[in-house]
Design a protein around this ligand. Structure first.
Ligand SMILES: Nc1ncnc2c1ncn2[C@@H]1O[C@H](COP(=O)(O)OP(=O)(O)OP(=O)(O)O)[C@@H](O)[C@H]1O
Length: 363
């Protein structure tokens, strides 16, 4: 089922936790909600779940307006990081719980519940563990059981709040790939809150970036990477290297400013600049997007250190006046640059932003 949020706001006392968010999640879509701590991700998820009554705006799930519909009537499955399983119940009893507590009229027969439970346990690959208690499971197994429990009532929408936060990185990577496949197989609509940008980029169809309760940008992972709407989004989604620069009247970048002033460099085409006209700009790149070209030119940057970083060589590159250095990753298949040699910067892949103000310096 799709979800339609219209002008959703939520105040805690005088503090706005969510500010006027409008967003459509399509049927079958996997959306990730990301943003710094306190950005409003959990509050927004709780609003959709019906666990946060104190909000304004309109919320529909499928064709139904659920703005004032209580949580238990929204037919949503939740998995939270700390949504512990019932310790005194076996795995099978935990998964059956949501069906057993239904009013008699809507409760399936005992045999039907048992069949559904074993089907779900197979689905999440913990079939042989049905008679164990939660304390006898690993963290990854517990989260799979939590997911089976959330799916037992055949929800139209699956909400996940940091479901893998407590798992170690390897298990986490495996379980998220598995979750994505499950999402597709069951034709679910899923919304995932995560602190882990790489998790969001890997599993989600689209990512909504929240900042101070507002929606900063919502887009596909590729579009967010290629065309971030702000420096904040670019910095939030990965490591960046930044340079201040000046643009001429046609918007073309003319030179670097500050300690890098005078460094020979190549710049992006004016088309990528934010609007025509002269002014101060900020160029932002991933460390592996910066090209380094050896040069004897006056005022060039200098390579001052080198080390291995996986398939890359990591170079420390110092500004001509020696006051600033940046780290650049270069494929180790390219000929190595001489230490203490001069180099020109190829910055053609930079995203170009208006110079950040005091409140826009990023993640
Ligand atoms: N019950 C509450 N009472 C008062 N303030 C709250 C309450 N719940 C959340 N807040 C505040 O609302 C804002 C958003 O919180 P929320 O938990 O939604 O952020 P988040 O993006 O999920 O953060 P995190 O990544 O740290 O979990 C924060 O400033 C938080 O302190």
């Amino acid at each position: 089922m799709g979800v339609d949020l219209r002008n959703i706001s939520c105040l805690f006392g005088r503090t706005p936790a969510v500010r006027d968010i409008s967003l459509r999640v399509s049927n079958g879509e996997f959306l990730a909600l990301v943003g710094p701590s306190g950005a409003g991700k959990t509050t927004l998820l709780r609003i959709i779940a019906g666990l946060e009554p104190n909000y304004t705006g309109q919320l529909s799930i499928g064709a139904r307006d659920v703005t004032r519909v209580p949580a238990r009537e929204r037919n949503i499955g939740f998995v939270f990081q700390n949504y512990a399983l019932f310790r005194h119940m076996t795995v099978a009893e935990n998964v059956a719980f949501g069906l057993r507590v239904r009013p008699r009229k809507r409760r399936p027969a005992r045999a039907a519940i048992a069949a559904r439970v074993s089907e779900l346990l197979e689905l999440v690959q913990v079939g042989p563990l049905a008679q164990r208690y939660p304390t006898q499971l690993s963290g990854g197994q517990r989260q799979r059981v939590a997911l089976a429990r959330a799916l037992a009532t055949e929800p139209e929408l699956l909400l996940l709040d940091e479901p893998f936060g407590a798992l170690d990185p390897l298990v986490r990577k495996e379980i998220r790939t598995w979750l994505r496949r499950l999402h597709e197989r069951l034709g679910l609509t899923s919304i995932l809150v995560t602190h882990d940008q790489s998790e969001a980029l890997e599993v989600a169809d689209r990512i909504a970036v929240l900042r101070d309760g507002s929606l900063e940008q919502v887009d596909t992972p590729d579009a967010l990477e290629d065309r971030p709407s702000s420096l904040f989004v670019h910095q939030f989604l990965g490591e960046t290297v930044g340079f201040d620069a000046s643009a001429g009247t046609d918007g073309a970048i003319l030179s670097l400013n500050g300690p890098w002033n005078g460094t020979p460099a190549r710049f992006p085409e004016p088309a990528t600049a934010p609007g025509p006209g002269p002014g101060r700009r900020h160029l932002s790149l991933r460390p592996w997007e910066i090209g380094l070209e050896p040069t004897d030119a006056q005022g060039a940057a200098r390579v001052t250190g080198m080390g291995r970083a996986g398939p890359f060589l990591r170079y420390a590159v110092r500004a001509p006046d020696g006051s600033h250095a940046v780290e650049v990753l270069r494929p180790s298949s390219l000929p190595p640059l001489p230490e203490d040699g001069g180099c020109a910067l190829d910055l053609r892949l930079a995203r170009v932003f208006a110079q950040p103000g005091a409140d826009d310096t990023g993640a």
